[in-house]
Design a binder for this molecule. Structure first.
Ligand code: S3P
Length: 178
């Protein structure tokens, strides 16, 4: 069983909130790969980062994504950095992958100074967010079959657009669009 839809995007793009709403509206289960990692590790993502380091987290995340893509039939939200893994990008081929885009100002505002997001907990979250977007946007676009903008829009409005896009049924990769 593979997911009905996979959500990707930067932290603060609304993957968790929109994922939950999509699950309700589609009547399917919702899974977040951060939750899978936390359940397997028996501690939070933040603890894994500080105790074991980012590479250890990425290895757990890569496995959690591979397993979830193979077994979860509903909505699957990936952690914001999951696309950094080439194995994950390859595994996403053939799936319906929706990129939730968020601009820098709104992304920083939505994520705040949350200690639950270790990568953004530094002294200058704005600069960190920009570096993160610069590095990742090409990777998000490489694997996305649909892109939905989220700046200035409620999670409900974004969810409605995702559903509309899914109904249109296009699975062409964004990069291949004319
Ligand atoms: C990360 C995003 C987080 C989580 C971890 C690393 C990232 O998930 O996987 O803190 O590298 O962007 P969210 O995108 O749900 O915040």
């Amino acid at each position: 069983m593979s997911p009905h839809v996979v959500l990707i995007g930067p932290p603060g793009s609304g993957k968790s909130t929109v994922g939950r709403k999509l699950g309700v509206r589609l009547g399917v289960a919702v899974l977040d790969t951060d939750t899978v990692v936390e359940q397997r590790a028996g501690c939070t993502v933040a603890t894994i980062f500080t105790r074991d380091g980012e590479p250890a987290f990425r290895a757990l995340e890569e496995q959690a994504v591979a397993d979830s893509l193979a077994t979860h039939p509903g909505v699957l939200s990936l952690g914001g950095g999951a696309v950094l893994s080439a194995r994950t990008r390859t595994a996403l081929a053939g799936h319906t992958v929706v990129l939730l885009e968020v601009g820098m100002a709104e992304g920083v505002r939505r994520t705040g100074m949350s200690s639950a997001r270790p990568l953004l907990a530094g002294l200058n979250p704005r600069a960190t967010f920009k570096t993160l977007l610069d590095a990742r946007m090409p990777l998000y676009r490489e694997v996305a079959t649909h892109t939905v903008l989220t700046d200035g829009r409620s999670a409900g409005a974004v969810t409605t657009e995702v559903l509309q896009r899914l109904q249109e049924g296009t699975t062409m990769r964004e990069d291949d669009r004319p």
